[in-house]
Ligand binder design. Structure first.
Ligand code: KG4
Ligand code: ZN
Length: 377
């Protein structure tokens, strides 16, 4: 993560109330969060409108459709967030919007709206990195002191971050091709399970035999913290296509096998990340392992990661599901934390389709960049 730039904004004491906007993928979201001194956060409102129906016919997120849908509903979603929080513009201390990474058309809708509100209300504007939102999301639910190890595992990202402070995170590893959520989504699509694929595949896997199809667990046993899911998807496709007339049981068995292989890959690499992170801590320090992102909603994944955490002396922290997936409360919180530190942005802040949190390690291993070329890059 880039160090917090001193943009000349005054450091602010007392409770700060911030409106956050999120439009970087296929959720249009607005939330009002009050950050107290000491770090406690109250979510005063949290509105998310998902674009499932708009993208379902295409089996994936279509950027142009997403941008148009954000533009159509963001005003109403923002109004709802302000009303539910019982807030008037004048009562806000700042307005935060996701400025990237993500689908640039959608990001621009949220960014322009946030800037317009800030300008009209005469309030500071904060451009938030979506990944920083995810990184801070466990702090919406309760105390989660720095530092902690975070596995962000969503449709766009699969990476480990050592979150040391607001504005300070180090990446320990990430995917070299697909994100874990994409592996769920793409195999679900191959198997005709519908969109969004992750939850559909989890449902299909119920009652399935996870041992029936031996699928590769990419990099199993490797010492590093990187992932690869492209081979797994190809193997699943082959297994599916080899069945002339797959029955419901065949489908359940393959879904369970895919889910188990993804969970195993996440657990194997999490063990490495926990070892590496532990080396950076004082001996008697508490060890916290946070999982965030849509894939963290998967029960098989949660169970495997819970076992891995316990085996390495880590407490597993899984934020409530609504803050695991894309939401604006995490953007408002990141905005408030930055505002507290005087890190405000001017109205020329650009939309950034790619924006690594840890620029140093992304530059050091560009092949391990944000990994994804698709809609949630
Ligand atoms: O965090 P998120 O809402 O959006 C971003 O990608 O930023 O994550 C969405 C991803 C999708 O790939 C979706 O299929 C996956 O999370 N997902 C799941 C489950 N729920 C959502 N994957 C597996 N099992 C689930 N229950
Ligand atoms: Zn996200």
């Amino acid at each position: 993560m880039e160090p917090i730039a001193d943009t000349g904004g005054p450091r602010q004491a007392g409770a700060l109330t911030v409106l956050g906007l999120e439009t970087s993928c296929d959720e249009t979201a607005a939330a009002v969060v009050r950050l107290h001194e000491g770090g406690r956060a109250d979510v005063l409102s949290d509105v998310v409108r998902a674009q499932v129906a708009e993208h379902a016919p295409y089996g994936g997120v279509v950027p142009e459709i997403a941008a148009r849908a954000h533009a159509e509903v963001l005003d109403g979603v923002t109004r709802a967030a302000m009303d539910r929080a019982g807030m008037a513009w004048a009562q806000l201390d700042g307005i935060a919007a996701t400025a990237g990474p993500g689908l640039v058309g959608g990001v621009m809708v949220g960014l322009m709206t946030g800037k317009a509100i800030a300008l009209a209300a005469g309030k500071p504007f904060i451009a938030v990195n979506h990944l920083e939102g995810h990184a801070l999301s466990p702090r919406l639910a309760g105390p989660c002191p720095f530092p902690y190890l975070l596995l962000l595992v969503s449709g766009g990202h699969t990476q480990f971050l050592a979150v040391e402070d607001v504005g300070r995170a180090r990446r320990f590893g990430s995917t070299i091709d697909d994100a874990a959520g994409e592996a769920f989504d793409k195999t679900a699509k191959i198997m005709g399970l519908g969109f969004p694929g992750g939850p559909a595949l989890e449902r299909a896997a119920e009652g399935g035999d996870a041992k029936r199809f031996p699928l590769p667990v990419p990099f199993a046993g490797a010492k590093h913290c990187d992932f690869s899911f492209a081979g797994l998807k190809t193997a699943a496709r082959r297994a599916w296509e080899q069945m002339a007339a797959p029955t419901d049981q065949d489908r359940a068995d393959l879904a369970a096998s895919v889910q188990s292989a993804i969970a195993a890959a996440l657990a194997d690499r999490s063990a490495n990340a926990m070892r590496a992170f532990t080396e950076t801590l004082p001996e008697d320090a508490d060890r916290r392992f946070v999982i965030a992102g849509g894939v963290a909603a998967n029960s098989a994944v949660r169970a495997r990661l819970g076992d891995t955490a316990a085996a390495h002396g880590f407490a597993l922290i899984a934020p409530p599901l609504r803050w695991c997936t894309d939401n604006a409360a995490m953007i408002a919180l990141a905005g408030a934390e930055r505002l507290r530190r005087g890190a405000i942005d001017d109205l020329a802040a650009p939309a950034r389709p790619r924006w690594p949190l840890d620029a140093a390690s992304a530059a050091a291993s560009p092949a391990m960049g944000s990994g994804r070329k698709g809609p949630k890059a």
